[in-house]
Ligand binder design. Structure first.
Ligand SMILES: C[S@@+](CC[C@H](N)C(=O)[O-])C[C@H]1O[C@@H](n2cnc3c(N)ncnc32)[C@H](O)[C@@H]1O
Length: 289
């Protein structure tokens, strides 16, 4: 088996066979891991299939593939994940940012770009900072507050803001239960974005991700909406009278989450948006419409 790991082509063939039985393994896992070990782009693997691996590279690759076969997500092995047009640092302290969340980011950017002037944005449950850092990078006139209950997650989010040279006065990191310390600031935010935990507790055990991703990032209580419901109770105190709330949800929660948002923000225009797969993914509530 070790002989197979002496060239790029051999290593990829071995890894694909080793991962073929692994739960949730993707065809790109093997090339992503090998490119990481070799410090090259994935395209270089295709261009140089006969490149010879050093014994140390073979050993490192074998170790990563075995850990991947045991279920550890690729992003935790490489320490990075592509999100929107960024590459974010991730550790097991944060949820691995998902492509579905890019949908919320696109909505936020489209809304923000249609407005004039400076913007005050809150990203509640920032995790890796995926939403906060992407919005701050694309909206130079925005000040962003990135909030999370997890101190260690905020550490990762800070690293991502630094990676993209976002000045401290552009992105503020706050350890908080939801919007807690900011609740006195009436009308303070033009945009509140939140991808909070929304998996029903009873569904958690069946999910492979719960073995590796933080439970605090996933557990949405009995019906999956417990944390979102608590946020909705806070939002009217801090959302500007013409502000927008964007919530990421699970596909089955569209109707219920929209009803909760409409109840919390009387008079708001509430809409459920589907993602590219056609699943309900984001609830928006435009106040003062
Ligand atoms: C689903 S993850 C989303 C992370 C990131 N926003 C993203 O989209 O990749 C939810 C995040 O909410 C945080 N969180 C959970 N409960 C919270 C609470 N009561 N107050 C603040 N943050 C909370 C978790 O620590 C986690 O980072």
């Amino acid at each position: 088996m070790t002989d197979l790991l002496t060239t790029v082509a051999g290593a990829l063939a071995w890894a694909r066979a080793a991962l073929s039985e692994a739960a949730a393994s993707e065809p790109l896992d093997a090339p992503l891991l090998l490119a990481h070990v070799l410090g090259c782009e994935r395209a270089a693997l295709l261009a140089h299939p006969q490149r010879v691996l050093t014994p140390a590279q073979s050993a490192a690759f074998r170790d990563m593939v075995e850990r991947r076969a045991d279920g550890l997500p690729v992003a935790y092995l490489t320490g990075e994940r592509a999100f929107y047009d960024l590459t974010l640092i991730v550790t097991p302290d944060v949820l691995i940012p998902r492509p579905e969340t890019e949908h919320l980011v696109e909505r936020a950017l489209a809304w923000a770009r249609a407005r004039e002037g400076s913007l005050r944005v809150a990203d509640v449950g920032t995790g890796s900072g995926a939403i906060a850092v992407t919005l701050a990078r694309h909206l130079p006139g925005a000040r962003v507050w990135a909030l999370d209950a997890s101190h260690t997650a905020l550490g990762v989010a800070r690293c991502n803001a630094a990676r993209y040279d976002l000045a401290a006065e552009r992105v503020h990191f706050v350890q908080a239960d939801l919007l807690g310390p900011l609740l006195g600031a009436r009308g303070a935010f033009d945009l509140i974005a939140a991808n909070l935990p929304y998996v029903p507790t009873s569904a958690l055990e069946a999910l492979a991700v719960t073995r590796h991703e933080p439970r605090l990032a996933l557990d949405g209580g009995p019906d999956g909406l417990a944390v979102i419901r608590r946020l909705l109770a806070q939002v009217p105190r801090v959302l500007a009278s013409d502000g927008l709330l964007l919530l990421e949800i699970e596909a089955a929660q569209g109707e219920r989450a929209a009803a909760l948002a409409a109840e919390a923000l009387p008079g708001a225009r509430v809409t459920v948006h589907a993602d590219y797969a056609g699943h309900d993914r984001v609830v928006s509530a435009q106040w003062g419409s």
